[in-house]
Ligand binder design. Structure first.
Ligand code: HPA
Length: 270
């Protein structure tokens, strides 16, 4: 993998990706942050050597280099999911690239269903911890020890100082920011009522289909990480309605201005 990583990193450096400090994965509910970024260079994923091959959804996927609040950043516009058929190593490959480009902090957003019924649609949840239910690990491959510790510590995967800063920004801007445990499943099907009950018993406050692989690799690389979920649906097994993707997207859009405020203000503090 080292040979592939070097090739990808050399290509991006050559394109002008010059020592970014912060990496951002723009998930659902944060896409419009792009309007606040001073874009210096952008490259489609399908032009980047060794990037996972583009699916139909991914001809719009781009890696962006630019500035936000005076900081040099690299942004993933579009991420890879296990449910699209990518391996966990593919899904997390861009994190390894961003680290080699120079980032020391990774910020992530996603959409999730609220298992904790005190949390409401279109509210935000800061991820304090997670449960990996994707069935494998992005670190489960031959040669992983050449890239970092095989038995990566996960006692505190999310950066306490960044989370504290997120909480104080939310308070200052009157943004409801819950805190909780995010469980990652493979998807793409939504959960059954029995699965929502199980997730609650397991200790999850929210469930989604992304993020945990990237967080595991970020910890493997000793990056500081933080992640925020936009809660798009309420997963009440006793009153479950059929999933409405339009509603999910609508709730993500509703929460987006708050999500953007949190990330922009946070980056100022880093
Ligand atoms: N389950 C899994 N992933 C999700 C959900 C959900 O209810 N909502 C948004 N992403």
């Amino acid at each position: 993998m080292i040979k592939y990583i070097t090739e990808t990193v050399d290509y991006l450096k050559d394109k002008g990706f010059d020592a970014p400090e912060i990496g951002i994965i723009l998930g659902t509910g944060l896409g419009q942050l792009i309007n606040d970024i001073e874009i210096i260079k952008e490259v489609s994923y399908n032009h980047i050597p060794n990037f996972p091959t583009a699916t139909v959804e991914f001809h719009k996927g781009k890696l962006i280099y630019g500035k936000l609040a005076g900081k040099k950043i690299v942004v993933m516009q579009g991420r890879f999911h296990v449910y699209e058929g990518y391996s966990l190593q593919d899904v997390t490959y861009p994190v390894r690239i961003m680290e080699k480009l120079g980032i020391t902090t990774l910020l992530v957003s996603n959409a999730a269903g609220a298992i904790n019924l005190n949390f409401k649609k279109a509210e935000l949840m800061l991820i304090e911890d997670h449960i990996n239910l994707q069935g494998s690990s992005p670190l489960a491959f031959n040669g992983v020890e050449q890239l970092g510790e095989r038995f990566t510590d996960m006692s505190a995967p999310y950066d306490a100082a960044i989370n504290l800063a997120f909480k104080s920004i939310a308070a200052k801007h009157n943004i409801t920011l819950h805190q909780g445990v995010y469980a990652s499943v493979v998807g793409p099907q939504l959960e059954t009522r029995a699965e929502y009950r199980m997730l609650k018993i397991l200790g999850a406050d929210a469930v989604g289909m992304s993020t945990v692989p990237e967080i595991i690799v970020a910890n493997h690389l000793k990056l500081k990480v933080a992640a925020v979920s936009v809660l798009t649906d309420e997963c009440d097994p006793d009153n479950l309605e059929p999933v409405d993707i339009g509603d999910i997207i609508g709730n993500a859009a509703k929460a987006e201005p708050n999500m953007i405020t949190l990330f922009k203000e946070l980056i100022k503090t880093l």
